[in-house]
Design a protein around this ligand. Structure first.
Ligand code: SPV
Ligand code: MG
Length: 330
């Protein structure tokens, strides 16, 4: 978790920011020449696996968290449910968490509360998209974009509502998803950048990266330096090297671990149901010990040993002191 921040209203004790908060770390990653690799997660365990496999940051995926609740990714979950899930991921890993905040949970006052609550929880970044509430996942049909200037104003209010100047606000463009075209995407990106967004996520559902790479080319050619973020769900062949060459700052692998998990769980359960025993799947499963390692079971023993030693020390100290006093008194 990030260090605590000063009181929003300047009242009470204001603690200085720690030198290396997760938001600062994320900001540095986004500005580095290397593409930042972000893994989608939906709970603490998937966050741990992302970190273990060398990713730079975690995407608290709206789709992933919705799937974990077995509800549609369509603005069904509340902000609190998404925030609780992101907080679990943040606690489970030392990586910065970028929270998928859909459309910002409503109007401008909802956005202000969202920034305060996510920042207070130690989340490094929020990402909001320029679609109407309630929104649907980008890979189903039927998207309504909001007015570009109203969304830009939401971004401006979001950035001015943070206490931590490093807390990252990402503006997500859905023009290419909604079929509004690349000109609309470019105009909106400029508008959101001018409103103070810290990065622009340009989403696409094409099977090839062309429109995203063209967007990046036009962005840089216009002299813009604000970091670009992409989500290559539908164009999986694009490599980090391709993205780096195009000057894209971050890539979000939003749902691959979720989909891998669904496939593996479903296959194992089907095989067990068929066989009436778990024997056929045992070789496809990780061991219980491996699960223990991921969730830090060894720490339990270490803490209990430390506790026993501390009890021992406390007893010895008091007995020595009482023994000395007894000697002095007698
Ligand atoms: C999510 O992970 O919830 C996203 C990314 O918004 S995507 O599903 O690819 O649109
Ligand atoms: Mg989402």
């Amino acid at each position: 978790m990030s260090a605590g921040y000063g009181n929003r209203n300047g009242e009470g004790v204001v603690r200085p920011l720690a030198p290396d908060t997760k938001s600062k770390a994320l900001r540095r990653l986004l500005r580095s020449p290397r593409v930042t690799r972000v893994a989608g997660a939906n709970d603490g365990l998937s966050a741990v696996l992302a970190e273990r496999n060398g990713f730079d940051a975690i995407w608290a995926s709206g789709l992933g968290i919705s799937a974990a609740h077995a509800v549609p990714d369509a603005s069904i979950l509340t902000m609190r449910e998404l925030l609780d899930a992101a907080t679990v991921m943040d606690a489970a890993s030392s990586l910065p968490v970028i929270a998928d905040c859909d459309t910002g949970f409503g109007e401008v006052n909802n956005v202000v509360r969202m920034v305060r609550e996510y920042e207070r929880a130690g989340i490094a970044a929020v990402c909001i998209e320029d679609k109407e509430f309630p929104k649907r996942n980008s890979f189903v049909e039927g998207h309504e974009l909001v007015d570009m200037y109203e969304f830009a104003a939401k971004i401006e209010i979001a950035t001015s509502s943070r206490d931590d100047p490093d807390f990252v606000v990402i503006a997500r463009l859905e023009s290419l998803i909604a079929g509004a075209g690349s000109e609309d995407a470019f105009r909106r990106a400029c508008c959101y950048a001018d409103a103070g967004a810290d990065a622009v996520l340009v989403h696409s559902k094409q099977q090839a990266p062309d429109e995203v790479l063209e967007f990046a080319h036009a962005w840089h050619a216009s002299g813009r330096t604000l970091p670009l973020v992409v989500v290559p769900t539908t164009y999986p062949a694009v490599t980090c090297a391709d993205l780096e060459e195009a000057g894209i700052s971050a890539v979000i692998y939003a749902n691959q671990s979720l989909r891998a998990g669904v496939l593996a769980m479903d296959a194992a359960l089907a095989a067990i149901a068929r066989a009436g025993s778990t024997a056929p799947v045992e070789h496809d499963l990780c061991t219980v010990k491996e699960v223990f390692a991921l969730i830090g079971m060894d720490e339990i023993d270490r803490n209990e040993e430390r506790f026993a030693e501390a009890v021992q020390r406390a007893r010895a100290a008091v007995e020595e002191e009482v023994g000395d006093a007894h000697h002095a008194l007698s």
